[in-house]
Every structure is written in C-alpha cells, then in structure tokens.
Design a protein around this ligand. Sequence first.
Ligand SMILES: Cc1cc2nc3c(=O)[nH]c(=O)nc-3n(C[C@H](O)[C@H](O)[C@H](O)COP(=O)(O)O)c2cc1C
Length: 210
Amino acid sequence: MSHRYAELAFTPAVRAVQEHYGSRRDNQRLEHEFGPNDELDSREIAFIGQRDSFYLASVGQTGWPYVQHRGGPPGFLKVLDPRHLAFADFRGNKQYISVGNLAGNDRVALFLMDYPKRLRLKILGRLRMQDLSDADPAQVDALRPYPYHAAIERIALLTVEAFDWNCSQHITRRYTEAQVREVMAPLQARIAQLEQQLAQRDTPSDTPTS
Ligand SMILES: Cc1cc2nc3c(=O)[nH]c(=O)nc-3n(C[C@H](O)[C@H](O)[C@H](O)COP(=O)(O)O)c2cc1C
C-alpha cells in the first residue's frame, strides 16, 4: 500500500531531513503500511461537515505560498463524494489572490481545525474556480449556505488528492461564541434562580409588631 499524502509531501529533500533526524524508518512505515488516504472516509466526512472555516493555501507565480481564510456556517464546505468537495466563494477584498494563483497552479492545501477537540485535518487537492455565469444554477443553490448573508462570486470545486490527520499537540482549546453560550446557559439559569431566592429572602415578609 502507498500513502498518497506521504507520496506527495515526502519529497527527496524531506526524506533527507527525516534521515538526518532519525525518523526516516517510522516515516517509511507510514508510507508502506498506512493509507492510502486518497479518499475521504466517514471520519473525515463528518469532520468536514461540522467545520465553519478552514485555511486555504495556494501557490503564486512568484513561488510564494499564500494562505487565506474561508468561513461560513458549519457545513458550508460540502462533501460531494469521497474525492470531491465544493464551496461557495464569497465576495471579499477584491484582490483575488487565491483565484489568480489557481489560474496558474491548481494545487492547494486545506487546513481544517477543531479547536475544542484539538483535531486538525490536512487536505491536498486541486481546486477549480467556476464563475457563476458558467456554473450549474442547481449546484450554486446547493452550495448556498443558509441562513447566511454573503454575496457568492463563484463556486470552488476541489478534487482531493490526499489527506492526513495531525496529532493534538500544541493545539489550545478555543470555543466559538455559540459554544460558550451553550455551556453558559445552565449556569446563567442557575444564577438567575439563586438571585431570585436571595431576593425573596431579603424581602421582609411580615410587618414587625411593636
Ligand atoms: C470589505 C472586505 C475587506 C477585506 N479585507 C481583507 C484584508 O485586508 N486582508 C485579508 O486578508 N482579507 C480581507 N478580507 C477577506 C478576503 O477578501 C476574503 O477572504 C477573500 O475571499 C480573499 O480572496 P482571495 O483568497 O482570492 O485573495 C476582506 C473582506 C471584505 C469583504
């Protein structure tokens, strides 16, 4: 078996460094005994379905990497099938750096984080942008996040080449506003209940007699 992510990421230079630092043998095991990691399975599909953002790296004509953020409501990055993802690309700052980069090189890396669970998924793929005028309206509708107010400029169609999971080391747990609100709700209810009890205790119930 060959591990597709290792095949793409373990270049001769990377292998030489692994040799230098003594990790080549473990990485060789990864290459031959794990994988193939070229098609998303139920674990990756469920993970992607819960994400409300990801980082997108592309390569410019100058050879420099470029990383941008893509965000939306949870599930805005859709899994069409185990090798294809898609999302609606919203109007932004009109620099169109990712879009321009993709015109010359369709290779991208996606980085998806689950901060509370301290998980991250890396995906390598080829991304094609399709202007709305060229896109199938039914597909645009299927990718339109709801309820969400953003102007869709194009749709992005990704063919997955490989994926890999990272370990949880050095990931600090972070929570969204909605997650904090959910955890706080029972505490706030309890505070309100106790405040009410205190208020009742402090209210004199009987008029003192002389
Ligand atoms: C009004 C507006 C201003 C923005 N300014 C910036 C900015 O200064 N820097 C940045 O990284 N993203 C900014 N963004 C977000 C990007 O425009 C957005 O992520 C966009 O999709 C980037 O496209 P690109 O990846 O093709 O470059 C802005 C978005 C809006 C709507």
